[in-house]
Design a protein around this ligand. Structure first.
Ligand code: PLP
Length: 394
């Protein structure tokens, strides 16, 4: 690349793009093409044979998408990245690449609902089993690891209970046991947390959330070593085919330019809303990594730059009262997803995590009273005013 980027605020804007190579276009051009023409039959043969660099077909590589993946690899401190049509396409391509029939996956006690569904599918169809663990100590890890464990799959903060996992502790244990650690970094983004620098091997993202940041794209990214990403690229990405479109890559490149600015405001707003929510009598419990009374606060402080923009809390009341609370909101939008400019609020037990059987759901801490709030970029006073009037209405 030549340039050295020490500051993420500069890197998100400038890294990996040379306008001189694109007619001076300030904005990255969208190469909206399915295929690339060869100058001769021999050139086509050389490209397919790997003897000549160059594009062939957009499922295998596209210049707009490549600028995004180079930037994401740099931001996460990895060697290479791949882009996918959704977060789940990234998660499934990575997990299918790291496992074979008979293998075992250790995962955090609490997972995105569709990741849970994917693990069950892999178990039912391919005999790739999994075990849940809070992963809060080496003893926890020793209890769940098996000779056939090949992957430890982690969310931290865990969606939606905001439990934290000490990534360097898990990474150290995994190295000693020859197990690959995959971290879903969707809630934190590389601005707040860099799992690869803490010793983890692979990072996956639902770029739909904070990376895009504007609620207008479904996308996924995976970051890791060059060798691993090459394997994924030539197998589970190329042949299963859940790739990202050039236009979606462009939307993410645009979103990334403001990632640090947006994250700062998401975090600031969340802190303000948290302190008011915590003091409200209708709030029975609250889960937010920045809560100094949170049992995992020391981990948050150690591995995250700030505490993120998501808060979960339990309403003092029934499931119906939790739903009445949502219905009483006038500014906040009832919607799943997170990380958008708009504040989004949802009821995990009946929405994002409704596919998880009740027993497992409750073990994950997802009760019928739990509400997940993704604090947006509006004036925090307006966000709080709407929450307060809705709480007072139930
Ligand atoms: C949304 C989400 C996913 C899935 O991503 P999609 O882009 O919706 O496929 C995975 N993990 C986490 C933590 C998420 O929030």
């Amino acid at each position: 690349m030549g340039e050295k980027f020490n500051n993420i605020e500069t890197a998100v804007i400038h890294f990996g793009y040379d306008s001189k190579k694109h007619n001076g276009s300030l904005s990255v051009p969208i190469y909206q093409t399915s295929t690339f023409t060869f100058e001769s039959a021999e050139q086509g043969e050389k490209r397919f044979g790997g003897e000549e660099d160059g594009y062939i077909y957009s499922r295998i590589g596209n210049p707009t998408v490549d600028i995004l993946t180079e930037k994401m690899a740099f931001l996460e401190g990895g060697e290479a990245a791949l882009a996918f049509g959704s977060g789940m396409a990234a998660v499934s391509a990575v997990l299918l690449s790291l496992t074979k029939a008979g293998d075992h996956i250790v995962c955090s006690q609490g997972l995105y609902g569709c990741t849970f569904g994917l693990l069950n599918l892999m178990q039912d169809k391919y005999n790739i089993t999994h075990s849940f663990s809070w992963l809060s100590s080496v003893e926890d890890l020793e209890q769940v690891i098996k000779p056939e464990t090949t992957v430890i799959y982690i969310e931290t903060p865990i969606n939606p209970t905001m439990k934290m996992i000490d990534l360097s502790m898990v990474a150290k244990f995994a190295k000693e046991h020859g197990v690959t650690v995959v971290v879903d970094n969707t809630f934190s983004t590389p601005y707040l947390q860099k799992p690869i620098e803490l010793g983890c091997d692979v990072v996956v993202h639902s770029a739909t959330k904070y990376i895009g940041g504007h609620g207008d794209v479904i996308a996924g990214v995976a970051v890791g070593t060059k060798a691993f990403m090459n394997t994924v690229e030539s197998t589970t990405q190329k042949d299963i085919g859940g790739i990202m479109s050039p236009f979606d890559a462009w939307l993410l490149l645009r979103g990334l330019k403001t990632l640090p600015v947006r994250m700062d405001r998401h975090c600031e707003n969340a802190e303000k809303v948290f302190s008011h929510l915590k003091a409200h009598p209708k709030v029975k419990a609250i889960y937010y990594p920045g809560d100094q009374e949170h049992p995992d606060y020391a981990i948050t402080h150690k591995q995250m730059k700030k505490s993120g923009g998501v808060i979960s809390f339990e309403i003092n009341g029934s499931k119906q009262e939790a739903q009445d609370f949502l219905n009483a909101l006038t500014l906040l939008k009832i919607a799943v997803s997170l990380g958008d400019t708009e504040t989004l609020i949802q009821h995990p037990a009946s929405m994002t995590h409704s596919g998880i059987p009740e027993k497992e759901r409750l073990e994950m801490g997802i009760t019928d009273q739990l509400i997940r709030l993704s604090v947006g970029l509006e004036a925090w006073e307006d966000i709080w005013k709407d929450i307060e009037q809705a709480l007072n209405a139930i």
